[in-house]
Design a binder for this molecule. Structure first.
Ligand SMILES: Cc1ncc(COP(=O)(O)O)c(C=O)c1O
Length: 404
């Protein structure tokens, strides 16, 4: 019953995310869920044992605000071991509530009222609301079709003296692309050109899929770029790397000056992150140092399984370079030629009982003829096989079969 109160919303247009909606619908419909990006397979029991050990060992009270000291040390050691730059664990690493909280805190730290932040569409949904809650304006620039590449001239043209932040996501969700060394050089040029004339511009690099790279690619991090490393927050997620999205543990690497500002927000936002989880992760990284390095091969086998399963579906699948998703274009299926991506998703869940994610919610203004959906490969092999079988049976029965 309404009490007559009308709360003025700070985010009137924001509803429940498409990921939550599709997961809920998947349960209602008894559908196979290859939509939302979370693993449906068990975690490594050794990781759970590490957390139990941490709890038994007394890691049950507030962790340090910046993060478990030894965990930050092992993060810095991991960066060094993979050929990255020397990071000062004390002043440059902050453990956060998932990558999401690092993103939020970084945005609040640098964007002020009336200032602008640039994001590239399709964009992960956490950026725009956080910018607006900071009082800022979010400038959406589309990645250029058909390969979702950066248009750096358009970036330059979209900048103003109010621009404070540029957010990139690499490897990219949902485009499944990776930024090139040339992209980072261009970004560095943009940052330096502007910074020389106006107030400095900061980069927020969402690198939560840093280890999920396919076909021999190497991750190009802002953290290791000679110029960008001085101007960037780089955000990571143990959720993605260790298959524990529900634990909500991530971290941010940034130069001391930026880290100081990020922590001012973090300490009044999350304050500190679950102590036994941090210590458990630390123990696990010490005992299984290869764990994060294995994820590329692990997900690439799953990507290949899904692609092979969908080979006869009539869906066109651009090669995924990274992130744990695969895009599928249904534009070639005659019976779906009038469908939007949202309608196609609805039909798949209702009629084929498979949940996927449409691409248009990742845009402020989606292209009119959007015919692409996103599938998550971080699923058991049986889940991927079943999803592919159901989709293939459906598109052949409804789409292609009837027309041939
Ligand atoms: C591009 C991107 N950034 C950030 C996140 C959030 O990471 P976390 O679950 O660690 O908060 C996700 C999660 O799906 C993501 O896809």
């Amino acid at each position: 019953m309404s009490n007559g109160r009308r709360t003025e919303s700070k985010l009137p247009d924001v509803g429940t995310t498409i990921f939550t909606v599709m997961s809920r619908r998947a349960i209602e419909q008894g559908a196979v869920n290859v939509g939302q990006g979370f693993p449906d397979y068990p975690i490594d029991p050794a990781l759970a044992d590490c957390v139990a050990e941490a709890m038994a060992g007394g890691f049950n009270q507030y962790a340090p605000m910046e993060g478990n000291v030894r965990l930050r040390g092992s993060i810095a050691a991991g960066i060094r071991a993979s050929g990255g730059r020397e990071v000062d664990a004390e002043t440059e690493i902050t453990v956060s509530c998932g990558g999401t909280e690092s993103i939020y805190s970084a945005i609040q730290a640098v964007v002020g009222p009336g200032e602008e932040a640039i994001v590239f569409d399709p964009a992960y949904d956490a950026y725009d609301p956080a910018i607006r809650l900071a009082g800022g304006r979010c400038i959406h620039i589309p990645l250029a079709a058909p390969d979702f590449r950066y248009d750096w001239d358009r970036v330059r043209a979209s900048m103003s003296e109010r621009t404070r932040l540029i957010i990139i996501n690499n490897p990219h969700n949902p485009a499944c692309t990776v930024a090139t060394a040339g992209d980072l050089d261009e970004l560095a040029r943009v940052v330096v050109e502007r910074g020389a004339r106006d107030r400095p511009i900061t980069v927020l690099a969402d690198e939560v899929y840093e280890h999920v790279l396919y076909d021999g690619r190497r991750h190009q991090s802002v953290m290791n770029h000679p110029v960008l490393k001085e101007h960037s927050f780089a955000v990571y997620s143990f959720g993605k790397t260790l298959h524990i999205t529900g634990w909500r543990v991530g971290y941010c690497v940034a130069p001391a000056e930026l880290t100081r500002e990020l922590r001012k927000v973090h300490q009044f936002n999350a304050f500190s992150i679950a102590a036994p989880l941090q210590e458990g992760i630390r123990l696990y990284l010490e005992r299984q140092p290869q764990a994060s390095r294995d994820v590329g091969a692990f997900f690439s086998a799953k990507r290949d399984l899904l692609r092979a399963g969908l080979a006869d579906s009539g869906l066109v699948m651009p090669p995924a370079q990274g992130s744990y998703f695969q895009l599928a274009d249904f534009g070639q299926l005659p019976d779906f030629s009038d469908c939007s991506d949202v309608e196609f998703t609805e039909r798949l869940i209702n009629e084929a009982r498979v949940a996927v994610i449409p691409l248009s919610p990742f845009y402020r203004e989606a292209p009119a003829n959007m015919r692409i959906v996103r599938l998550c490969v971080a699923k058991r092999d049986e889940t991927l096989t079943l999803a592919a079988e159901r989709i293939t049976a459906y598109t052949n029965g409804i789409g292609r079969g009837r027309t041939t």
